[in-house]
Design a protein around this ligand. Structure first.
Ligand code: FRU
Length: 914
């Protein structure tokens, strides 16, 4: 940061340095304002040109020339502007002296130096004057005339604009000479205005009147030419000698007029343009300059006209050379300046680039240093994070292990409870059959078993909620009826304790979408709590409020019990919370679960405590707040802890009629269960109808292969292999694949159910199961097996022909048929041979075929041979003996006997019937 700042400071200083150097080398800019009397004659143009050329030699000088257009007022205005503009110096060539004098004075007073050129102002209040001596000019003209004086001479003077100093002074000088000669006679004076046209009329009139004169002195060459034209018009041009002033070089200039014989002579009157600029610059530089800067003048006549012309031409050639050199220098200068600027820019950029390069190297070093530090910090953080993660994982694992232990334990509780509850059920049925009243103790055991079961279920629900495994199954429910049913369950308890227990609703027809199982638990929990904390003879109310205008309803559970301290109200739904005034035993998960279940309905539960406790459950009307898959159509109110995933079992007893009392072989059930009590309980109950083979789980598979039972009941948590693995092995083995398997387990979650189905189980019952549901399930599965058996026996050939769809039973029948077919003419092909070919034992083959097809293997082989013989009789011309041998009968006689006993006719008679 510090480096960055100092870098920028250095760059800025460099800029200042470079530009201040540039300023020092340049001189201060000065502006010169020149008010020119007019622009239209060549003398003025030559003056302007000389000024511009001279000014261009000073790079710091800006010259602006304003044209007063022969208008005095305009000239005054121009000078005013220069003053306002605070121009550095004014140059003026006054049109007339008098009117311009005050404004020149004003400029001087304003501190602006004024340089007067060619014509003067009235007083001498200007900084300096540049111009020829006009008196001298007049004198020179006079001297020309007097040098030719003979007897008498007649002269006419043509004056410049009255009021302009050259006109006055030239006239003055002219008279100074001529007035000394009495023989010289002034015929007349013409008042001109410096221009040719101002001469015509007056001179024509004068000459016409007086006749030709000897000399005409015109104050400038333009008027002199005008005089010559007048004389020529009057035919006097050869007689009058004309003298002019200015002596300009060029086709229309005075020198050329002298050379052409138009003028007798001309007095050189230099413009002084270059000198004026030089003096102006000097004044600006505060150098001392003379007030009067008089330019020299001379007479040009036919003797020196050529020389003068040549000299002036040379001068003007040199002038143009200088001009072109100046412009070349200017171009070079421009080039120099632009290159200089480029150089400056390059230097600046180089410095910047160098600076940036240094800065970037510095930054890189700084960044890599910072990076190293950060890496170090990062490593430290990572190590710390890993440690925290490890600790967290350990804590999580230990928590998980504890939870799993308690969950597992809870599951384990279910089997003994199943036993207790089923035994009680049997005892009650027994009492009922005998017409006895159920004993008090039995009812006590049943009530407490139920309570125990609810507690275990609460613990399991808590785990399930934690794992977010609950899915709402909402169905349309009349909330009043639903509440009333639960109300009835608590009515007995209320009566016993003299509690005034009521239910009411302002809309008994109100339907809501609720998960009845979950909401049943909520009601049960809230009412159990109310009964727990309400003293005998207290009051408990269930009130259902339909808030007609609103989209929700509220259910109030009010009691006048001990209540909850105000400051603890916010904690009642926290898991394992126990109120300070709660002396009763409680798990602390009931209210937490209730809240979770209500929230699964997107509802809310609130608590108030004032003269007792009030829980308010608010639920939405309609079903739009549920997802489609959360809505079910009219389910049974089923306690999912009692029956899980077994709702599609056919319960209709009349539909399943298995002939088990016919004295024939009984169905055989293999029970694989490591809980001895449950095992014996089930054996006792089931052995009335079935043959039971018991396995403690260690030898389940072996016993299944050995006995090939008709049904297998299998627990999940078993030693060696679990129930799912056992089921999978049995279902994938040819010997046992046809046997229906019922999984009995305490694991009531969806994943276990799916695992069960994947292992090939036919049914999945969770503990504690209802015994009658188990027996109905067994019957249902056996009935389905009968139907399948019927199908197989009646479709032996079809199964043989149709393609296998991967069904192991179908595959088995196909293999069986193929083996018999391959050995059709082999009379010695025995059941042993067939078992060997199928790679199973003779007994297993017997049991499998018996179980699947309902007949013995030897009968099946015999039937197969006879069916084939029958079709040969129908379709071939072979003899009876031939057919008998080719279908594996050892003699024609044996064939005939067997055929007749099956079909009621001899093979011969059967063939004839075709
Ligand atoms: C040009 C001019 C010159 C003359 C001068 C006097 O405008 O008329 O011919 O010498 O002015 O100021």
């Amino acid at each position: 940061m510090r480096i960055q700042r100092s870098f920028f400071i250095s760059v800025i200083s460099l800029f200042i340095l470079l530009f201040s150097c540039a300023k020092q080398t340049e001189e201060e800019e000065v502006r010169i304002g020149f008010s020119q009397a007019m622009f239209n004659d060549e003398w003025r143009q030559s003056m302007n040109n000389a000024m511009e050329v001279q000014a261009s030699l000073y790079p710091n000088v800006t010259l602006s020339i304003a044209n007063a257009n022969y208008n005095v007022r305009q000239q005054i205005a121009q000078l005013k502007d220069f003053i306002t503009d605070s121009i550095d110096i004014i140059i003026v060539s006054p049109i007339q002296s008098k009117p311009i004098t005050p404004i020149v004075e004003e400029a001087m007073n304003a501190g602006i130096p004024v340089l007067v050129v060619d014509r003067k102002t009235d007083n001498q209040k200007y900084t300096a004057y540049v111009g020829a001596d006009n008196i001298e000019v007049g004198r020179n003209a006079g001297k020309i005339i007097v040098s030719n004086v003979q007897d008498s001479l007649r002269v006419i003077e043509i004056r410049g604009l009255a009021g302009s100093s050259p006109a006055e002074e030239r006239s003055q000088g002219f008279h100074q000479i001529l007035d000394k000669f009495p023989k010289i006679k002034f015929v007349g004076t013409i008042e001109g205005d410096w221009e040719k046209e101002s001469v015509n009329e007056g001179l024509r009139e004068l000459l016409s009147r007086t006749g030709p004169v000897d000399y005409v002195f015109a104050h400038n060459d333009r008027m002199a030419k005008g005089a010559w034209e007048v004389a020529r018009n009057l035919g006097m041009e050869g007689q009058i000698k004309i003298i002019g002033v200015d002596g300009l070089n060029g086709p229309n200039g005075g020198i050329q007029l002298v050379k052409d014989g138009v003028l007798n002579s001309t007095i050189l009157y230099p413009t002084g343009g270059a000198e004026a600029i030089k003096i102006a610059v000097k004044i600006l530089k505060a150098e001392v300059v003379p007030t009067n800067n008089i330019l020299s003048t001379t007479v040009i006549d036919q003797f020196n006209a050529d020389i003068m012309q040549n000299q002036f031409t040379k001068i003007s050639e040199q002038q143009s050379l200088i001009e072109s050199q100046i412009s070349a220098i200017k171009r070079q200068e421009q080039l120099y300046y632009s290159q200089n600027n480029i150089l400056k820019i390059i230097i600046i950029f180089s410095v910047i680039i160098f600076g940036l390069a240094v800065y970037s190297i510095y930054s890189k070093i700084a960044i890599s240093k910072k990076n190293r530090q950060l890496e170090l910090i990062n490593k430290k953080i990572t190590v710390q994070r890993n440690q925290i993660e490890k600790i967290a994982n350990e804590v999580k694992d230990s928590n998980e292990a504890k939870l799993n232990f308690f969950t597992g334990l809870s599951h384990e509780f279910k089997t003994p409870i199943t036993l207790i509850m089923s035994s009680i059920e049997s005892l009650r049925e027994w009492d009922k059959k005998k017409g006895n009243k159920t004993g008090f103790e039995i009812e006590l055991i049943q009530n407490n078993s139920n309570r125990l079961l609810r507690l275990i279920n609460s613990l399991l629900d808590f785990r399930k909620i934690e794992d977010q495994k609950f899915n709402v199954r909402a169905s349309k429910t009349n909330i009043y009826k639903f509440s009333n049913n639960i109300y009835k369950e608590f009515k007995g308890e209320a009566k016993k304790r003299g509690i005034n227990f009521n239910i009411s609703s302002n809309n008994e027809d109100l339907d809501l979408f609720i998960d009845r199982n979950l909401m049943d638990k909520v009601y049960f929990n809230l009412l159990s709590n109310a009964f727990k904390f309400t003293p005998d003879n207290g009051r408990i109310d269930i009130e259902i409020h339909d808030n007609f205008e609103e989209s929700s309803i509220s259910i109030h559970f009010k009691d006048n019990g001990i209540g909850i301290p105000e400051n603890e109200l916010k904690n009642v739904f926290t898991p394992f919370f126990k109120g300070s005034n709660n002396r009763k035993n409680s798990s602390g998960v009931g209210l937490h679960l209730s809240k979770q279940f209500v929230e699964l309905h997107l509802g809310k539960i609130e608590v108030k405590s004032h003269n007792g406790t009030e829980f308010i459950v608010t639920l939405f009307k309609g079903n739009t707040h549920f997802n489609e898959d959360q809505i079910v159509v009219d389910p049974e109110i089923v306690d999912s802890t009692l029956i899980n995933f077994s709702e599609d079992i056919t319960m209709d007893d009349t539909y399943i009629k298995l002939d088990t009392d016919s004295g024939e072989e009984r169905y055989c059930i293999l029970l694989i269960e490591d809980n001895r009590d449950l095992s014996f309980f089930l054996k006792n109950k089931l052995s009335v109808e079935y043959d039971i083979v018991l396995s403690d789980g260690t030898d389940g598979i072996e016993l299944a292969f050995e006995h090939v039972p008709d049904i297998i009941l299998c627990d999940v948590n078993l030693p060696v292999k679990n129930g799912f693995e056992i089921c999978e092995i049995l279902k994938n083995d040819l010997r046992t694949s046809h046997i229906p398997v019922i999984i009995l387990t305490a694991l009531g979650n969806k994943e276990s159910f799916i695992k069960g189905l994947q292992s090939g189980a036919d049914l999945y019952l969770t503990k504690p199961f209802n015994y009658s549901i188990l027996t109905q399930s067994i019957k249902s599965l056996l009935y389905n097996r009968e139907k399948l058996r019927y199908y197989y026996t009646n479709n032996i050939h079809k199964i043989d022909q149709t393609q296998s769809f991967g069904n192991p039973e179908q595959l088995f029948v196909r293999q069986l048929n193929q083996q018999i077919k391959d050995n059709l003419d082999n009379a010695g092909f025995s059941v042993e041979n067939l078992a060997d070919a199928l790679n199973i034992s003779r007994v297993q083959l017997y049991r499998k075929v018996k179980a699947m097809l309902g007949i013995s293997v030897s009968d099946y082989i015999s039937n197969f041979r006879l069916e084939n013989a029958k079709s040969m009789l129908e379709t071939t011309d072979k003899s009876i003996a031939e057919i008998g041998y080719s279908t594996g009968f050892s003699s024609p006689n044996y064939f005939s006997t067997a055929f007749k006993s099956k079909y009621g006719v001899t093979p011969g008679a059967y063939k004839k019937s075709f």
